[in-house]
Design a protein around this ligand. Structure first.
Ligand SMILES: [Zn+2]
Length: 329
């Protein structure tokens, strides 16, 4: 027998019936066909992933997965962040990779600090946590498969809460106030005084302790970050400040949180006593409404604050009731 070599000009074709030609050491050449083993499905396909036993998680539909993902994050007070979406293969529709928000080292600083004593004594967010989740869905199959490594190298639950994102509702509320040019300092004041609390808490959608604690951890820099996002969004989408406010009003209306709104160009409602060119926006979230009903009868305070907004002519007025612990809500 002479030596054989695989002709390098024949690369693995995308079809299953790969043909390869083999050159004998002599001048004779012949071809043969490699038939796929019918019992081994194409690697990376649904059947192959299922058979591999590496995908220990399984959801009947994408919706089921989405629900599981939000439940899991809430249950452990973690955040699984989408870091990669792969749609290049025809063997799966989408392969997504999520990692814990505390994954990574946070980037090691290479510069030498001039004042090392200025370092804030704050525990770093990144712990190099190895938790990861790979989720695949496939063409023609509704079942979603997942490879989940749920080992974290940090505390879970309330202790991890400060390293997760502020609840979406709270962020929207902050964003709304920022759009009205309420200063970040005043927003922080409102949040820490409990003037706003998450409706999600009221709806029982979140673990009560968890959400209440997360708002406590909100810092000025969180609000500034949201402010930056809004600036970017405003530049990109709505160069007109008024438009983004209108969008916010629409969102509030959809959720039933809008009590009243009058733009400068709207005619005042009859009997309202409002000036023709006044801008008015009245907001009450479900949670605030509930607190108002519960505690509003004996004492209702009005907190009217000047100079909390960057618009000279805009005043922010907050109705405050006291709960049984005498906290303003
Ligand atoms: Zn983690």
């Amino acid at each position: 027998m002479g030596r054989f070599r695989i002709d390098p000009s024949i690369t693995g074709a995308s079809t299953n019936n790969q043909s390869a030609s083999v050159l004998a050491s002599g001048s004779q050449s012949f071809k043969f066909r490699v038939h796929p083993n019918p019992t081994s499905p194409v690697k990376g396909s649904f059947q192959s992933d299922l058979d591999s036993g590496k995908f220990q998680k399984r959801w009947e539909t994408l919706q089921d997965f989405d629900k599981w993902l939000s439940d899991e994050q809430r249950r452990l007070a973690i955040e699984l962040r989408l870091v990669n979406t792969d749609t290049r293969s025809d063997r799966y529709t989408q392969k997504r990779r999520f990692v814990c928000s505390r994954a990574g080292t946070g980037g090691k600083k290479t510069y030498v600090k001039i004042h090392p004593e200025w370092t804030r004594k704050r525990e770093g967010k990144r712990t190099d946590c190895g938790c990861s989740l790979i989720v695949k869905n496939y063409p023609g199959v509704s079942i979603v498969l997942g490879k989940y490594n749920d080992a974290h190298n940090h505390a879970l639950g309330n202790a991890n809460l400060r390293y997760t994102q502020i609840p979406k509702e709270t962020r929207e509320y902050i964003a709304g106030l920022l759009r009205l040019k309420v200063t970040p300092e005043h927003i922080l004041h409102l949040i820490h005084r409990g003037v706003y609390d998450s409706d999600a808490l009221f709806e029982g959608e979140f673990d009560g302790d968890a959400v209440a604690a997360r708002t406590e951890f909100i810092q000025l820099r969180d609000i500034r970050r949201i402010e930056k996002d809004i600036e970017a969004e405003t530049v990109r989408l709505n160069p007109d400040d008024g438009l983004s406010t209108l969008q916010w009003v629409r969102n509030l209306e959809a959720k039933g949180h809008l009590l009243g709104f009058k733009s400068k160009s709207d005619t005042p409602p009859p009997g309202s006593g409002l000036d023709r060119d006044v801008f008015t926006l009245m907001v009450q979230t479900d949670w605030q409404r509930c607190m108002f009903k519960k505690h509003g009868a004996p004492l209702l305070c009005i907190d009217a604050t000047h100079n909390t907004t960057m618009y000279d002519s805009l005043n922010l007025t907050t109705l405050v009731v006291r709960d049984k612990w005498a906290h303003g809500t």
